[in-house]
Ligand binder design. Structure first.
Ligand code: PRP
Ligand code: URA
Length: 213
């Protein structure tokens, strides 16, 4: 698993305003949207492309287009839905699937209540989007669903992540597939009820040698 912490001053600024308990819902939604657009730019760095011809006013030249089959974007409901517009704005040709997962707040296990994924994901790049990676239970379950359908290239885009959740994903997936996790910020830890405790923005740098920027 590759972890990419999008260490950028604008992202840190927007995450800070997002966390502020005084931030009103319209601003919160706008910030989520802006953050996703910035993260999506990083998360799509390896999007599959192919050469194509384009006829310009002067001449025919060689260009680049997103390869077939188009990527699949899967928001993890409900919170992931708020990130969908930001992702599809960058890849309008992507298809969209849905996973409804609800964390049982007693056991912290993810429970599936909706699954609308294509049956065959062979050769498809998959982008899973969910703002919070806490224990990692939900994300691991989502990754398993897409791997079962033949996906081998999965990028997870999250806003905030706990180190424990990142470790959980890394251990659960091992080297079975090419999985990347792109996050705006790695926080300090989980608290006793499995919630992400805001902490140092560079916790990820200290904890994970493979972080690249
Ligand atoms: C939140 C969040 C993740 C999950 C993270 O969703 O959006 O899906 O919890 O926790 P985990 O890493 O410990 O699994 P929640 O279950 O609260 O559902 P919601 O989006 O419908 O509110
Ligand atoms: N849901 C939240 O809102 N925060 C967490 O840390 C985990 C689940």
């Amino acid at each position: 698993m590759q972890l990419h912490v999008a260490d950028h001053p604008l992202i840190r600024h927007k995450v800070t305003v997002l966390r502020d308990k005084e931030t009103k819902s319209p601003t919160f939604r706008l910030l989520v949207d802006e953050l996703v657009t910035l993260l999506a730019y990083e998360a799509t760095r390896q999007v599959r492309v192919e050469e194509c011809e384009v006829e310009t006013p002067l001449t025919v030249t060689t260009g680049t287009k997103i390869a077939d089959p188009a990527p699949l974007i899967v928001p993890i409901l409900r919170a992931g839905l708020g990130m969908l517009d930001g992702m599809t704005r960058l890849i309008p040709s992507a298809e969209v699937g849905f996973l409804g997962l609800k964390r049982d707040e007693e056991t912290l296990e993810a429970i599936t209540y909706a699954n609308r994924l294509p049956d065959d994901l062979t050769g498809r790049q998959v982008f899973l989007i969910d703002p919070m990676l806490a224990t990692g239970g939900s994300l691991v379950m989502a990754i398993e669903y897409v791997l079962q359908r033949g996906a081998t290239d999965v990028t997870c885009v999250c806003l905030l992540a706990a180190p424990e959740g990142i470790d959980h994903v890394r251990e659960a997936i091992g080297d079975r597939a090419d999985v990347s996790v792109v996050v705006a910020q790695v926080d300090e830890k989980l608290n006793e009820v499995g919630y992400i405790v805001p902490g140092l923005g560079d916790a990820g740098d200290r904890l994970y040698g493979i972080v690249d920027h």
